[in-house]
Each structure stands twice: as C-alpha cells, then as structure tokens.
Write a protein that binds this ligand. Structure first.
Ligand SMILES: Cc1cc2nc3c(=O)[nH]c(=O)nc-3n(C[C@H](O)[C@H](O)[C@H](O)COP(=O)(O)OP(=O)(O)OC[C@H]3O[C@@H](n4cnc5c(N)ncnc54)[C@H](O)[C@@H]3O)c2cc1C
Length: 423
C-alpha cells in the first residue's frame, strides 16, 4: 500500500513510501516515474456504488504533498443504487424498458425529461428522484426512495438479458424483479475531479512559474486523475474509454521521459518522515477515537451536506462539520498493534486519505455558486458561464481555492460552441 509521495525541494516526485500489508514493513520505492492509477473516492459518501478500496489514496497522497485537487465538487450520483445498500443497478435495466415510479405509481420522468424520459443523463434522473423524495412522493415507510419497475418485461427476458441485475436485486433488495419493483435511490458513483493532469498523463500544478507546470516524475491516470475529458459530468461508459486512451498515452510519455532523464535524483533526507510520523502516531495514540465511528461521521456529513442537491446553509454547515471531523481523524486510535495483515491500521491510513477528499469536495462545492453537471445548487440552479467557466483547484494546506481557465480549443477539430443542455 502506497502511503505517501516523495517530493524533493524542486517539487519533483522521486517515488513513494509504501507499506507491505502482509508484514507492515515500510519501504521506499525510489522511481524516476511514479504513476498513480489509484481509482475514485466515492467511499466518502454513505451511499456509494464504489468498492471498499475506493478510498482516494492517490488524492490524499497528492494533497499532502502540496499538489492541488481539481474540480472536486463534481461528483456523479448514479440514479439507481439499491436502496439501503448502494449497489449499482445499471442503465441496462431502463434500456430494456424498465422505468421509475413514485409512491403514486406515477412514471415521473415524463415530467422532468419528456423526450429522453428514464434514459436522461444520470444527473437529471438523480435530481428528479431527489425532488420526488423531497416533495413527499417517495416510497416506503420513510418516503426515502423510489421504485424501478421491470416486472412488465417478464421473467424470461429478465433472466436472459439482466441476469446480474436480477441477482443483485435478489441479494441486496430481497426482491425478485419479475414480481415486484426494485427500491432504488441515487448513490455516489464517479469522481469527475482528481489529480490535475495534461492529456499526456503528466501531473500539472501551479507550483513553479505557471499555472500548469509539469510536476517532474509524477503521472496520474484513470478515475484518480482529472484530465477533464468528462468536464463536470461523465457520460456512461466513458470512464473505461478514458482509462484506455490516457493509459496508453501516459505509458508513451513515461518511456519518452525516462529516455530523456536516465538517472534518478538523490532522495531527500526526510523522504520517509511524513508516513513514518503517521504510523508512529497510530502506534502510540492512546484514548483516541474509533476509526469506524469517525469514518461513519465523515460519510454522514458528506451525504447530508453535499449530496445530489446542495443547499447554501447545509454547505456552510458542512464545511465546518467536515473540518471538525478532520480534527477527529488526527485523534483516531487502533487497538490492534500486530504486524501481520493489520487491517485496522490500513483503515486508519485510508481514513487520512478519505478526509482529504471529503474536505476538498465540500470546500469546492460550497464555493461554486452555480449548477453545472454533477454539482446542483438549490440557490444557483443555472449554469453561469460568465463567472464559473473555470476549474477549481483545492490546496489542502490552509484549505485554499484557486481557479484556472477551461481549455476550449481542441487540437485538431473545430471548437464546439457552448450551449445549455436541454431535454
Ligand atoms: C459498479 C460500477 C460500475 C461501473 N460501470 C462502468 C461502465 O459500465 N463503464 C464505464 O466506463 N465505467 C464504469 N464505472 C466506472 C469505472 O469502472 C471506474 O471509473 C474505473 O474502473 C476506474 O478505474 P481505475 O483503474 O482508475 O481505478 P480502480 O479500478 O478503482 O483501481 C484502483 C486500484 O488502485 C489500487 N490502490 C488504491 N489505493 C492504493 C494504494 N494506496 N496503494 C496501492 N494501490 C492502491 C486499488 O487497490 C485498485 O486496484 C463503473 C463503476 C462502478 C463502481
């Protein structure tokens, strides 16, 4: 498990400090090229489709090393996570003819997106569901979810074309979709923001002379990176495309850079200090708080204050609350001090990363006074290109925000004019 980046006084990245989970041995991995492909961080939310490993480790390491996180307010909520579990029910169900209904049995997407209906983009459907729930048309005892109706397409078609969905529904919702609708709710799914990179996968930051200086020796690709091809709102399937395209390009760039710089730079004398201090604190901390409880509070704050709809008062409170949680993270303790597969220690280290991502998301969301893609403000419902056509950059130290312009000029084709998205 990579714990922290090694950066020298020029700001160049010279590798990582890592820990062998099997033995807890800490080691320095010195490298002329360090590529992060550490995935997303939707585990900062209570309801998430993401795997338990999606704890934003790459972002936490970058943030602690002084690299800003870009566009962190843009989180995508998938409209159909299984109620109570968050597990994904893919668009395939609606593609096969499934549709959403509220407590009155109304097919409500007809009101929100008369043309695309249930196949409107994820943010539109998520907001429609959130509105139905907010306005009292949600289903169940607490009125806190809606239903995805598929039974009309028949058991045989469901078994043949949607076997995985049938299994998820049976396992996580205890519902046979051929007999009853599946209870669903929007659930955090994908992070449009991340570690800022150019289209060669080189990490860029405003740390030397310009706003987008290449951080020598450091690369990022995949969901942890913000090359920003998805803007504020990724379309379904484009993540895997992003991985393939930029994965190939970053490999080409690394080979070129390694040929140009064949010799490793010397490591700074304090290369391992930061992660060793984090581990030493976990070893010596007495009377601290439980990692699980502090983590649960972080997820609650993110879900309630920075969810599908963002309200000004809730965001302002959220900034304060997540700061308080961050203070509590510094005071966590673990009882297990064994060296072999110490998952308690791993979870504590992951929480250090999650809280960096959570703060970046909350602070960036509170600042952006418009609605764009995955970021929907109740008080600023419109997209505001005059003031907000820009990328956010969140710096962990001092929780500072900066902005940089959006590149609107493609390299080889005509620029696509800006226009409002309508359904
Ligand atoms: C349920 C679900 C369905 C999806 N369906 C689609 C789809 O149909 N089409 C599409 O385009 N996208 C889809 N996505 C999104 C897409 O799957 C992800 O964006 C993509 O898999 C991210 O790939 P990645 O390689 O960047 O990260 P990941 O696949 O998350 O891999 C990250 C890796 O980094 C490792 N790692 C993390 N931290 C550390 C550390 N500190 N040290 C060492 N290793 C570390 C992890 O163990 C993991 O192996 C879906 C996502 C989900 C959750």
């Amino acid at each position: 498990m990579a714990l922290d980046l090694i950066r020298d006084e020029d700001g160049d990245v010279l590798g990582v400090v890592a820990m062998e989970i099997e033995t807890s041995e800490v080691m320095i991995l010195q490298a002329r090229a360090t590529l992060f492909a550490t995935g997303g961080a939707a585990r900062i939310f209570q309801a998430s489709t993401n795997a338990y490993i999606n704890t934003g480790d790459g972002l936490g390491m970058a943030a602690r090393a002084g690299i800003p996180l870009e566009d962190m307010e843009f989180f995508q909520f998938h409209p159909t996570g299984v109620y109570g579990a968050g597990v994904l029910i893919s668009e395939g169900v609606r593609g096969e003819g499934g549709y959403l209904i509220n407590k009155d049995g109304e097919r409500f997407m007809l009101r929100y997106a008369p043309n695309a209906q249930d196949l409107a983009s994820r943010d539109v459907v998520s907001r429609a569901i959130a509105t139905e729930i907010k306005e009292g048309r949600g289903c169940g005892k607490h009125g806190d979810h809606v239903l995805l109706k598929v039974d009309h397409i028949g058991d045989a078609v469901i078994r043949q074309r949607l076997p995985g969905i049938r299994e998820i529904s049976l396992k996580f919702a205890h519902v046979d979709p051929a007999l009853a609708p599946i209870p669903v709710v929007p659930t955090a799914h994908y992070m449009m923001g991340g570690i800022p990179t150019n289209y060669h996968g080189q990490v860029v930051a405003p740390y030397k002379t310009g706003p987008e200086e290449v951080v020598q020796g450091f690369y990022a690709v995949g969901e942890c990176a913000c090359v920003s091809v998805h803007g504020a709102n990724r379309l379904g399937c484009n993540s895997l495309l992003d991985l393939l395209v930029f994965g190939r390009e970053v490999a080409r760039q690394i080979i070129e850079d390694l040929q140009r710089n064949p010799h490793p730079k010397p490591l700074p004398y304090d290369a391992a200090d930061r992660p060793l201090a984090r581990l030493a604190r976990l070893k010596s901390q007495k009377n601290g708080e439980s990692v699980a409880e502090v983590g649960a509070e972080m997820r609650r704050v993110m879900q309630n204050h920075c969810g599908v709809f963002r309200f000004p008062d809730l965001l302002a409170q959220g900034v304060e609350k997540i700061r308080t949680v961050a203070e509590r993270v510094k005071n966590t303790m673990i009882n297990d001090q064994s060296k072999v597969f110490n998952t308690a220690c791993v979870e504590a280290l992951e929480l250090d990363n999650l809280i960096e991502v959570a703060q970046a998301t909350m602070v960036s969301a509170a600042a952006r006074q418009e609605s764009r893609g995955g970021h929907a403000r109740d008080d600023f419902p419109q997209r505001d290109d005059d003031h907000w056509l820009k990328h956010s950059l969140y710096f962990s130290e001092g929780q500072k925000l900066d902005y940089k312009p959006v590149r609107l000029k493609p390299l080889s084709v005509e620029s696509f004019p800006l226009k409002a998205r309508v359904y």
